[in-house]
Design a protein around this ligand. Structure first.
Ligand code: TEU
Length: 539
């Protein structure tokens, strides 16, 4: 495959409101990101992905943009952003922005105009209908909201404050392209493009045999026929003209479809985030482990389908998922071991690894036992709609403790001080109380810590080209809980082994191999210990 800077990069995802607060309002800010660049550089990351920092009423934490070309008050100013950009670049690092193109906030001036009258020139920039379809929105409830002023319904795939843009309208598309070009001209290095498989919809009713109020309408709102033409125009008019990297977030795309999405030949993006591993290998009801067989099937399918054609975006966590050490791993007795074994499993595959803030210190799900401790709109809606359907409060609290998006959004745990050093004020969401032992300061000096393991992984990947460009082959399939693969490149072969289980298993280490990395200080002959992980150079 062509060698490219972004293939050789490691990306760190920042959820800025929960990263570091410098002005005491309890809300992380751009200066907070700037203040922690030393930390990120020491970790070895090359690029930062910044979740939305645009002006926003924050109904969905910035994924409801009311001005694409301004910074939200809580985060700082455009001058702060420019300083951050300069600092990042002067360190030889890069930055990628989140780009929310499917919808805007209902407070965006475009929507305020659009809703002002039926004959407003921007009426058609959004989707208005006399009669709504029977679809359910992704955050629960109907996907259409009635606006009494003009007596029509507007469409929203997510919350009713996130109004879907009408991508069929050429004028709207032009306005979006101009906005993107403005950011590209500023000198940013890439985009993570939000919910991009949803740009086109087929607005017709879903079958409704059970007579539900609203019906989930996936096949009518994702990857709909004709979307590739829209994406191609987007690419051609914007990113395609710059040396930047793009990652589309595409929740329903499968490995066999990648050609038109991300192949070097005809792809519209450089990579996509798919959710398949999270959907297939872990059932939200069965916390306490991942199905290693399913994980192998899904991830290997992506590794093989992309071989020689396209590039993967590798990730374990993001701001929309609970913490993997709590879901796929064992955050109690084998917290350190399982956090590092999961890390080793995904980090050395073909693709660009993404690390989500806090993942590198093994942050866990929060023990929130009261609905008032949660902040996320999806979580709150899920609670509300299920209570209305009669699901008991206790059952819902148990579910939320496993799956809420807020588990990934509690403040970054920097040190032992008040609020883990995140803020001098009152944090916008409570901290996970385990910061009294789980934090950056505790892990920095410890060579066996999760943080030190991440640093070693990043360095290892930089030192060995095979771990970047090599082909991937599953191995040790006879060991049921071992995720193992080789990377092969020219004459070189590497072996990556992660034992994802609470017990010890028999195993035979390669006789002619040099051990490059391990998460255990002592090894047992013929065995892999619980959540033991190793990387070998095979000779
Ligand atoms: O998520 C889009 C997406 O694919 C969601 O369906 C996602 O699967 C869901 O959040 C899981 O609970 C993006 C952002 O990452 C998310 O934070 C936003 O809430 C959403 O878009 C709307 O902008």
């Amino acid at each position: 495959m062509k060698k490219t800077w972004w293939k050789e990069s490691v990306v760190y995802q920042i959820y800025p409101r929960s990263f570091f607060d410098t002005d005491g309002d309890g809300f992380g800010d751009l200066n907070g990101v700037r203040a922690k660049l030393d930390y990120l550089q020491e970790l070895g990351v090359d690029m930062i992905w910044l979740c939305p920092v645009y002006k926003s009423p924050n109904i969905d934490n910035g994924y409801d943009v009311s001005d694409y070309q301004a910074i939200m008050d809580e985060m700082g100013t455009m001058e702060d952003f420019d300083r951050l950009l300069d600092d990042i670049h002067s360190r030889g690092m890069k930055i990628m922005m989140d780009l929310v193109l499917n919808h805007t906030s209902d407070q965006h001036p475009w929507f305020l105009e659009s809703k002002s009258s039926r004959d407003n020139p921007k009426r058609d920039w959004y989707v208005w209908r006399d009669k709504p379809t029977n679809w359910e929105s992704i955050f629960g409830g109907p996907a259409w909201t009635y606006d009494p002023k003009t007596s029509q319904y507007y469409f929203h795939l997510f919350s009713k404050s996130q109004v879907d843009l009408n991508w069929e309208n050429a004028e709207l598309r032009r306005a979006i392209y101009d906005m993107i070009l403005w950011w590209l001209e500023k000198g940013i290095d890439g985009f993570r493009v939000d919910a991009i498989n949803h740009l086109k919809k087929d607005y017709t009713d879903m079958p409704n045999p059970e007579g539900l109020n609203y019906v989930a309408a996936w096949e009518k709102m994702t990857n709909v026929q004709g979307i590739q033409e829209l994406l191609e125009e987007l690419r051609r008019e914007t990113f395609g003209r710059y040396d930047v990297v793009t990652v589309g977030e595409a929740n329903s795309i499968r490995a066999h479809e990648i050609g038109e999405w991300i192949s070097e030949e005809e792809g519209k993006f450089n990579m996509i985030f798919h959710l398949e591993a999270h959907e297939e290998a872990w059932s939200e009801e069965s916390v306490g482990g991942v199905d290693v067989d399913d994980l192998r099937i899904v991830l290997d399918r992506w590794q093989r389908s992309t071989q020689g054609i396209a590039w993967n975006a590798l990730y374990l966590e993001n701001h929309d998922r609970p913490r993997t050490v709590s879901t796929w791993g064992n955050d109690r007795e084998l917290w350190r071991e399982s956090a590092t074994a999961l890390a080793c499993m995904y980090f050395f595959m073909q693709g660009t690894p993404f690390i989500y803030q806090g993942q590198e210190i093994g942050m866990t799900n929060a023990p929130f036992d009261d609905i008032d401790l949660y902040r996320d709109i999806e979580t709150k809606n899920m609670y509300r709609y299920n209570r209305q359907k009669g699901v008991p409060h206790v059952d819902l609290m148990k579910t939320l403790q496993k799956i809420s998006r807020d588990h990934a959004r509690t403040p970054m745990q920097w040190n032992f001080g008040a609020n883990a050093g995140f803020t001098g004020g009152k944090p916008w969401i409570p901290l996970n109380p385990n910061f009294n032992w789980l934090n950056v300061t505790a892990q920095q000096p410890d060579p066996q810590s999760v943080l030190s393991f991440y640093k070693k992984m990043v360095q290892l990947r930089k030192q060995h080209e095979a771990l970047i460009y090599g082909s991937t082959h599953l191995t040790f399939l006879e060991c049921p809980y071992v995720y193992a693969y080789t990377r092969e490149y020219g004459q070189e072969r590497y072996l990556v082994v992660s034992h994802l289980d609470n017990d010890t298993c028999s195993w035979w280490s390669p006789e002619e191999g040099q051990l490059l990395l391990s998460n255990y200080a002592r090894h047992i002959d013929g065995k892999l210990q619980p959540y033991e992980a190793r990387v070998y150079l095979l000779t």
